[in-house]
Design a binder for this molecule. Sequence first.
Ligand SMILES: [Zn+2]
Length: 263
Amino acid sequence: MELITRSGLTLGTFPALKAIAPGLDVFVTTRGGGTSLSPFDSLNLGGTSGDRPANIDRNRRLLLEALGIAPRALARAGQIHGTEIAVVTKGGRYPGIDGFATEKRGLALAISTADCHSVVIYSPPERALAAMHVGRRGAEGGIIGRAVGVLRERFRIDPRYAIAIVGPGICGRCYSVSREDALRFPKEVRRYDRGRWRLDLSAFIIRDLAAHGIRRRNVFSSRLCTACTPSLFFSHRRDGGVTGRNWTLAVIRPDSRAAERCV
Ligand SMILES: [Zn+2]
């Protein structure tokens, strides 16, 4: 992930996409440049964080203006740590779901996180996109497989030609879980260390993407931990549950026309 500046906001982007998926834009927001006060300072985009609604609205406006996205072209997920994926063609708030799939150009799919990962899957040949919120429960419940399944059924993608992006989330050193929760995951992504069970959720996500046909070389991870990087990211664990939310925005570029090179 590379940091860029747009209209005073620092955003994470994935330079590898330019060559292999030029029709896709993915932006990860960081904390700076917004209007919210501590502990939500300052670009808090999360509606359920406890911050003043006027500040959240202002922050969202700042972000959309910086990226040239119309508010009506923004789709937001209710995010209940489930596995439902909605196929969407227009903006709005979609309760009860944790992910979207679309082939609509210019529709911005927003995933809100503070330790959970955002995951984006895109198939350049069909220009089909999915974006989802993946925490421990969604990962265990199989949301990655659900998203790949929807992309296959609705948009006829072949996952061998798809790419995936794993956004920032809590790392395997910071994320301690109960023994019971740890043992639900494969041994390769959990360990007992310094008196606690720890789970490497991004490692599990990458394994699960591979299990559903997405090649490892087509997976791009931010490799950044939300809890270890307080200057950039909100973290539910680090901040004791009172914190803001970062967004990952994924958009099929409105001007994408020509067939893209397969990866
Ligand atoms: Zn960490």
